[in-house]
Design a protein around this ligand. Structure first.
Ligand code: SF4
Ligand code: SF4
Length: 365
């Protein structure tokens, strides 16, 4: 990487923030490569195996908390934040309707990785046009980068007890991204204050008790992990706690008082596709692989694959109130070729047998 800053560094930093806003980011911050306590916290978290099957969290050694090892010569990291909550969608109503499918709000529209990386790269190009050739690389959740730590250090907000980055003016419904650079830019003040106070709503409302301590999520219990990252069987004791959440979970954000300040996104890419924000479990369970692939093309849901999609929905159907349509839908998947799906369907049918037995015994009393 070569560096040649010919304009005043403070002016350039201000200009970068203005360009970032023009590109649709709600905030831009700048920090150095010293992740300090964030690196130590990551190591503690890994030691306790809270990452479960997310082996990529442990791979890459210290590159995750030493950005200059990931991209040699990196001096500064420009962090960006983009709101994703689509306007005018029902959230609590769907979460509380057990026959409907709840999909994490970030995953309803087009995959954010491409859009964000493109915009961050555009930011890099704008800087290059002003200062000449310099070293830069854009990241969006795609490499070992401690993005929340970098965002906190660059003044974007504090890390809440739910381990999410919280911005006092925008809550936590936003994506983060980074531009690693070798430009010696002035850095922003870290966001040092913690505004959670005595609140512990996220710890109390987490359906699976995954927030084991302030700022510490046991990934193995988190519904986002269970429905997206975990490849095998979902632990039986956690299945009833998943309710109708079939891809991700937002409960620890929905209950956070700071999200009353969140703003709807202006990005049309994040608008829900194929009415994924209001579909029923039965409808989504009926998708064959081809339908799944075509309806989830370009969305974050694609990553789960059809087999895990059916596994997750089977759990949701097992948790729904019993009726003939649900039992028929589950029976129709009993012969599905995957052992993983079969096992979850059998579990779901057992839940309905249990519910119906209880109903019969109550009726005969
Ligand atoms: S995403 Fe859901 S399961 Fe995971 S920590 Fe938050 S509330 Fe708990
Ligand atoms: S719910 Fe309360 S404790 Fe949890 S992150 Fe939000 S403010 Fe902090």
């Amino acid at each position: 990487m070569t560096t040649s800053v010919s304009i005043n560094a403070n002016e350039l930093a201000q200009q970068i923030k203005a360009w970032g806003q023009e590109l649709g980011f709600q905030q831009v911050g700048i920090t150095n490569v010293d992740l300090g306590e964030h690196g130590e916290r990551l190591q503690e978290w890994l030691k306790k195996d809270y990452h479960g099957e997310m082996f990529y969290m442990a791979d890459h050694g210290d590159k995750r908390y030493r950005p200059e090892k990931l991209v040699p010569d990196t001096l500064r990291i420009i962090t960006v934040r983009m709101d994703y909550m689509p306007p005018e969608i029902e959230t609590l109503k769907i979460l509380n309707s057990p026959n409907q499918a709840y999909i994490s709000r970030y995953a309803l529209g087009r995959d954010y990785h491409k859009l964000m990386r493109k915009r961050i790269t555009q930011l890099g190009k704008k800087i290059e046009a002003a200062v000449g050739h310099f070293g830069y690389r854009a990241f969006v959740d795609s490499a070992p980068v401690l993005e929340r730590g970098l965002a906190q250090k660059s003044g974007q907000g504090w890390i809440g007890k739910n381990a999410m980055l919280i911005n006092p003016k925008a809550g936590s419904y936003f994506f983060l991204g980074e531009l690693f650079t070798d430009l010696p830019l002035p850095i922003d003040e870290p966001f040092e204050e913690m505004h959670c106070g005595s609140c512990r709503a996220c710890l109390d409302f987490c359906p699976t008790g995954a927030i084991v301590d302030n700022h510490i999520v046991d990934g193995r219990k988190c519904i986002s992990y269970l429905t997206i990252e975990l490849k095998g069987s979902i632990p039986e004791d956690l299945r009833p706690k998943m309710g109708n959440r079939i891809f991700g979970c937002d409960d620890c954000q929905l209950c956070c008082p700071w999200n009353k300040f969140s703003k709807p996104t202006a990005e049309s890419d994040f608008t829900p596709r194929h009415h994924l924000d209001s579909a029923t479990l039965i409808e989504l369970f009926s998708w064959d692989e081809q339908t799944f692939l075509s309806k989830t093309e370009g969305t974050p849901i694609r990553r789960a694959g059809h087999e895990r999609w059916l596994r997750n929905i089977a759990v949701g159907l097992g948790n729904a109130p019993s009726n003939e349509n649900i039992i028929n839908a589950l029976n129709s998947r009993l012969d599905f070729e995957s052992e993983l799906v079969h096992e979850h369907v059998v579990w779901a049918l057992d839940q309905h047998k249990l519910k119906n037995k209880i109903q019969v015994s109550n009726a005969t009393r």
